[in-house]
Design a protein around this ligand. Structure first.
Ligand code: CA
Length: 165
């Protein structure tokens, strides 16, 4: 398929257990930046260059979170966020070049967990991704660093000991 490409180190046993993040972004340079930062911090990723490809994949796989660019070639990003929320229980982080308040508000209203406006700092994106996953895992608004244990998809993460069970 031309619309999707898998990245990461499939041969690395650690990577197989990494939280999976979908990156929906048609700008290759931005996608590389996002993917590079996520890999550096232990996430697995799959990149999609259009909305149709990610919606197809979401029918058979549930990533922890989708990073969604609002400016996509085949679908309005806001509409994509709505469809992802309807189709999946994955988290959504909007990544947008648009600074319009209406898009941010619409995105959050439609089920996005957070948004970032380009240009962005990759480390901040990772921090926000982690924050969303933490909130979703605990169901609370715990501040970063407060939680020592997190549970997701049957896994239990001991943050202090860095052990995943
Ligand atoms: Ca774009």
């Amino acid at each position: 398929m031309t619309g999707a490409g898998r990245h990461g180190q499939p041969s690395d046993p650690q990577a197989a257990r990494s939280p999976l993040i979908y990156v929906v972004e048609d700008d290759d340079a931005v996608a590389r930046l996002v993917v590079g930062a996520l890999h550096e911090f232990g996430f697995g990723t799959q990149t999609f260059r259009n909305g149709a490809a990610v919606l197809r994949q979401l029918r058979t796989e549930r990533p922890e979170l989708c990073v969604v660019d609002l400016g996509l070639p085949d679908i309005d990003g806001i509409e994509l966020v709505r469809q992802i929320a309807a189709l999946s229980s994955s988290g959504v982080l909007i990544l947008t070049g648009r600074g319009h308040t209406v898009d941010r508000v619409m995105g959050l209203e439609l089920g996005a967990d957070d948004y970032m406006v380009k240009p962005f700092e990759p480390r901040e994106l990772v921090a926000r991704v982690r924050s969303i996953l933490r909130r979703r895992a605990t169901g609370s608004g715990a501040a970063p660093g407060q939680k020592r244990h997190a549970s997701f998809l049957g896994w239990s993460l001991d943050c202090a000991a860095n052990i995943l069970r």
